[in-house]
Design a protein around this ligand. Structure first.
Ligand code: T5A
Length: 220
């Protein structure tokens, strides 16, 4: 693997989609870093096949209730396809990959949100990724009440946005727990960004965090 892999994570409406576009533009100007190309992608839905899985996950037809383990396995199926067919070849080719959500979302949403067993989630994530982990995770941290209000202002509500506030508070606790674990092991691997600021300020904080981590990569 010659490339690098950065994941953006966070609760609903925290601004990932807005910020990943700015980050992509910023990295595109940094030809000094030596990446062969910059790839922006997302989960679920990062390829044509994954897009079909995304539709089942977020806007399924009919009113049959989706079971928690069904949801977990569908996210894993999306990830397995995305990793094997797209992420690994891009990274092998020396790309910088920017991904909107990855395995931390499964820990936070299916683990802390739905209450599924964390050991099961770890195993499923391992099967789906074959061990591919981000070099850096940027967590856009935001009070779920603010994030849900932002997301709802857009007018459409997918299946997961419709879950109650407690679910989204548990999701935030999941990201916080992951952040705390990584703080001890490697503080440059999982960075918390305050998403309750202006779009411009969040962009600046993300760029500063990336600059800091890029320097540590250059030294290693
Ligand atoms: N999921 C995903 C799981 O449960 N398990 C998994 O393993 C994975 C991978 C994905 C859903 O799937 C779940 C999580 C999600 O529920 P999605 O449509 O991709 O669904 O949803 P999100 O990733 O949540 O994306 P959203 O578009 O809803 O939110 P974003 O990308 O965080 O936010 P963004 O940039 O679209 O901004 C939302 C609104 O806020 C404004 C924007 O202009 C926009 O209107 N905004 C701000 N307003 C004020 N101040 C700021 N700083 C702002 N930043 C953005």
């Amino acid at each position: 693997m010659n490339g690098k892999f950065i994941a953006l994570e966070g609760g609903e409406g925290c601004g990932k989609t807005t910020q990943i576009q700015s980050l992509e533009a910023w990295f595109c100007q940094r030809s000094d870093l030596g990446f062969t190309e910059i790839k922006r992608t997302r989960e679920p839905g990062g390829s044509p096949l994954c897009q079909q899985i995304r539709q089942v996950l977020l806007t399924p037809d009919g009113d049959e209730e989706m079971q928690n383990r069904t949801e977990l396995l569908l996210y894993a199926a999306d990830r397995a396809q995305h990793v094997e067919a797209w992420l690994r070849p891009w990274l092998a080719n020396g790309a910088l990959v920017l991904c909107d959500r990855y395995t931390a979302s499964t820990v936070a949403y299916q683990g802390y949100g739905r209450g599924l067993d964390q050991t099961l989630i770890k195993e499923i994530n391992q099967i789906a990724t074959g061990g591919l982990e981000p070099d850096l995770t940027l967590w856009l941290d935001l009070d779920p009440e603010i994030g849900l209000a932002r997301a709802q202002a857009r007018g459409t509500h997918d299946r997961i946005e419709q879950a109650d506030l407690q679910f989204h508070q548990n999701v935030r606790a999941g990201f916080a727990a992951l952040h705390q674990q990584q703080q001890l092991a490697n503080p440059n691997r999982f960075i918390q960004i305050d998403a309750n600021q202006s779009i411009e300020q969040v962009t600046q904080d993300l760029q500063a965090a990336c600059d800091r981590v890029l320097k540590s990569w250059a030294k290693s």
